[in-house]
Design a protein around this ligand. Sequence first.
Ligand code: ZN
Length: 286
Amino acid sequence: MDKIIDVTGGQGGKAFLLIGEEKTALVDCGMAYCAPTLISNIKQVLGRRTLDYILISHSHYDHIGAIPYLREEWPNLKVLGAEYAKGILNRENALKDIRNLSVLAAKFYGAGDIKEYGDDMLKVDNNIFDGDSLDLGGVIIKVIEAQGHTKCSLSFLVNNETLFASESTGYKSKSGKVYPAFITSCSQAIDSINRSREINPRFIISPHFGLVNQSDTLNYWEECILAVKETKDFILRLSEKGYEEEQILIEYEEAFRDEESRLEQPSNAFRLNAQSMIKTVLNEGK
Ligand SMILES: [Zn+2]
């Protein structure tokens, strides 16, 4: 764990720096507005060394928004991500959405305007696949496919003991509660959780949260499963009562949009996620 350093540049945009003997890598980078603080945090750790890689857990704006600014700072760095992520970041519409969400988030978090960047800066350079290993020198990162949140979601296992859990498995909020985040597939999310449980990592880094307390590690995967089931059952129950998607969304917000969530996530992002989970559950059924 001493080679993994939290360099997060702002709320809602976790980023971790991995320091190998030969190479260095960042796991996710957070939102565009996080870039200035993120870069200064990274420089403090790296000194004269360079940043070689950014590994992206998936292609959502809150995990990759700072890439263009990091590339400006370290022009030789390579962004590594799933093949599907590479495809997404070639699409004009996706790039437009990312830009809009980045601008909204900067306002939400009180950071004002974001600095201009070219869309071509926001791309995956090289694909990484399930089972791939990246050796930074004394720090070995294993790539694990973990879909369910998106089709491009990955987990990263460092030195066989620390798992950067894919958002498909859920995420822990500051209150300690685990929230589900299966946007594209509920069943794949459950597979991703079960696979993580089998790995049984000594340390878990939960998306948007960071290192899970040692005392909570044992029950973590069970909580992830329960979070998925709670949401899935809630949606199915209402659907069986004859509720339409829109009505389910209203009920869902009422039940799950708590104080913590209000502080941690803009309402449009919460609603988009909820909407996707509702659609996914209704499509996949029981
Ligand atoms: Zn995401």
